[in-house]
Design a protein. Structure first.
Length: 602
């Protein structure tokens, strides 16, 4: 092709043309192709002055449309439950529809040495818990912050960050990556996009803008959003109604806790699930709390408002559509703009004090502590949509395909001279009875899966309601006849009242499905004993299992228990592997990278 061009253009002309082509967007190249063709067909200056025939024009047009000029975008995602993967796939589909070459890859499979050669990068990443990267994003996150991170002056990038605004460090991982890529010299083609738990509603309006920047369409966001070919619909399962078949209080009389086992009928509902998946449940707010808010604000409960295309009374909307049992950082900041209260502003400016205040506070607490006049419109603008709550599924579809079970710990506590409760756990514990119906759907969790090899050993650590997915695991391994040994570590407050699923677990131990059940009941003795202490006592055997290829699973509280268990696991590897703690941490990292350590923490 170069040899043919040299017969038409001088070397200087070709270099000038090539320089021009390199500076054009894909859209501009297509336009120029059409222009050159049109000029030739009309007998314009190109033919008269240069004597270029139709064949030569077609060859020149081929240059404009040659594959090497096609825009290439790497779409890189880091995910825990699969949401980032879902959005990354949708972004890839749209980019491909615009003629863009796409490389869709998960962060664990991405060769970080290729980053320095990337030209266009779209990152879609979630934040896990209180600002930590999901396991799948840890290596990439560490690489760009490490000494080996390359300069990236030639990279154009965008970031779509997922998170939960009920956490102080909302979308922190996405912001970390965005800011660090800028520091490394990369150019942001769009401001960071932050998506909350209701991302399926948000993504339709915000994703096209960043996609069109990559595809060469740099028109305004408004124009982009109106283009039919950039409409975004994230596919998801439909909500279904499921009847409550059983509701059993698992704790004994005198317990400090109320943990319920709930069974739902999904026969002929078109629902399937895997061990490790969660159940999304739509709940309603306690009418007592709603009435307290309306009374405090002096608002008419029967005021009609529009919500999601429906007309409802304000009271009905507060019960079913808005989150009021949790105050998120965005909510308190919006409220502060309205209240103009210096004490509230000072609170917001102190992150530690803000975090302490938000823990356990509901919207009525905020109204009582920092009173101001709030209109109906203000209320709608301040509050966020009530998200569905997730519960780890505690049953196996293979074992019982007509039902799905969940294990629910009722959240109830006394604060500011009145009772508080978790929105969904309170709803399920106090409002829902056998025979009632719940709106549910399955939430896939690809980051928490049993090994495909049924002969592999499995260690499970799940204190409290963290036992839920492991009941599912055990039912599944029994249903498929898995030969690999299973070892469960369970803990709670008291043996007599809080040994959840005791009868089932002891049966599994008796018939050999469970090699052992190691229990830790913290308050049965003066010195508190937790699951990490039981791990330490069995350290030699645990190390041997891990060395032999066992999978290690962890479910439960992320803030204390999960951190203590992981720290203890590293210590076990160091002690029984006779290596340093630093070497043990590297070994543990390798175990995680191979997906032999998986966690579902909250």
């Amino acid at each position: 092709m170069i040899e043919g061009i040299s017969k038409i253009f001088s070397k200087e002309q070709f270099q000038q043309a090539q320089h021009l082509l390199n500076s054009l967007t894909l859209e501009q190249k297509f336009w120029l192709s059409g222009y050159l063709t049109g000029v030739n067909q009309s007998g314009g200056l190109l033919g008269e002055d240069l004597g270029i025939n139709n064949e030569q024009v077609e060859r020149l047009v081929d240059i404009q449309q040659a594959p090497e000029s096609q825009i290439e975008v790497t779409v890189l995602y880091g995910t825990h439950t699969g949401n980032s993967h879902l959005i990354a796939e949708k972004a890839s589909e749209i980019l491909k529809s615009k003629g863009v070459s796409v490389n869709l890859v998960g962060m664990p499979d991405y060769n970080v040495r290729k980053l320095k050669d990337e030209k266009n990068l779209l990152v879609v990443v979630s934040t896990h818990g209180e600002g930590e990267p999901p396991v799948s994003a840890e290596d990439f996150h560490a690489f760009i912050y490490g000494k080996k991170a390359p300069k990236l002056e030639g990279l154009n990038f965008g970031v779509v960050a997922l998170g939960d605004s009920s956490y102080i460090n909302f979308c922190k991982t996405g912001n970390d990556i965005y800011n660090q890529l800028l520091k490394l010299g990369a150019k942001n083609i769009h401001d960071i996009i932050e998506l909350d738990v209701d991302f399926k509603d948000q993504v339709e309006s915000v994703l096209p803008g960043i996609i069109n920047q990559f595809s060469g369409n740099n028109t305004s966001g408004e124009a982009i959003n109106n283009q039919a070919n950039t409409v975004v619909k994230v596919d998801t399962d439909q909500w279904v109604e499921a009847e409550v078949l059983e509701k059993v209080l698992l704790n004994g009389r005198g317990s400090n806790k109320a943990t319920y086992h709930i069974e739902l009928d999904i026969e002929n509902k078109g629902i399937t699930y895997e061990p490790g998946d969660a159940l999304e449940v739509i709940s309603k707010n306690n009418p007592v709390l709603v009435d307290g808010i309306l009374t405090k604000l002096g608002l008419d409960p029967e005021t009609k408002i529009q919500i999601q295309g429906q007309e409802k009374s304000l009271r009905e909307a507060l019960i079913a559509n808005y989150e009021i049992t949790v105050v998120t950082p965005p909510v308190i900041k919006k409220y502060a703009e309205l209240a103009q209260n210096s004490k509230l502003n000072s609170l917001i400016d102190d992150q530690e004090k803000l975090k302490e205040y938000l823990y356990g506070s509901d919207f009525l607490d905020l109204l009582n502590d920092f009173s101001t006049e709030v209109s109906v419109n203000d209320l709608q603008n301040i509050l966020r949509k009530l998200p569905a709550r997730l519960y780890s599924i505690s049953s196996s579809y293979e074992y019982n395909p007509d039902e799905v079970h969940i294990t629910v710990g009722a959240v109830k506590y006394h604060l500011n001279d009145r009772e508080h409760q978790g929105v969904c756990s309170g709803f399920l514990a106090e409002e829902i009875q056998i025979g009632d119906e719940l709106l549910i759907r399955i939430k896939k969790n690809e980051g928490f899966r049993l090994p495909e090899d049924h002969n592999v050993k499995v260690i499970m650590v799940g204190p409290g309601t963290g036992i839920a997915p492991f009941r599912s695991f055990l039912q599944q391994r029994e249903a498929v006849g898995a030969k690999g040994e299973n070892w469960l570590f369970f803990g709670d407050q008291y043996f007599e009242t809080d040994f959840l699923y005791q009868t089932e677990l002891l049966k599994y131990r008796k018939n050999g499905l469970l090699k052992d059940v190691s229990v830790a009941f913290s308050r049965d003795q003066e010195e508190k004993i937790y699951v990490q202490h039981r791990l330490r006592e069995n350290g030699a055997l645990i190390y041997q299992w891990i060395k032999d290829g066992a999978y290690f699973y962890l479910c439960g509280d992320m803030n204390r228990m999960a951190k203590d268990v992981k720290k203890e696991l590293v210590n076990i590897i160091a002690e029984h592997g006779k290596i340093s703690v630093r070497e043990a941490a590297d070994y543990f990292k390798e175990v995680k990278s191979s997906r032999r350590f998986q966690e579902d923490v909250y």
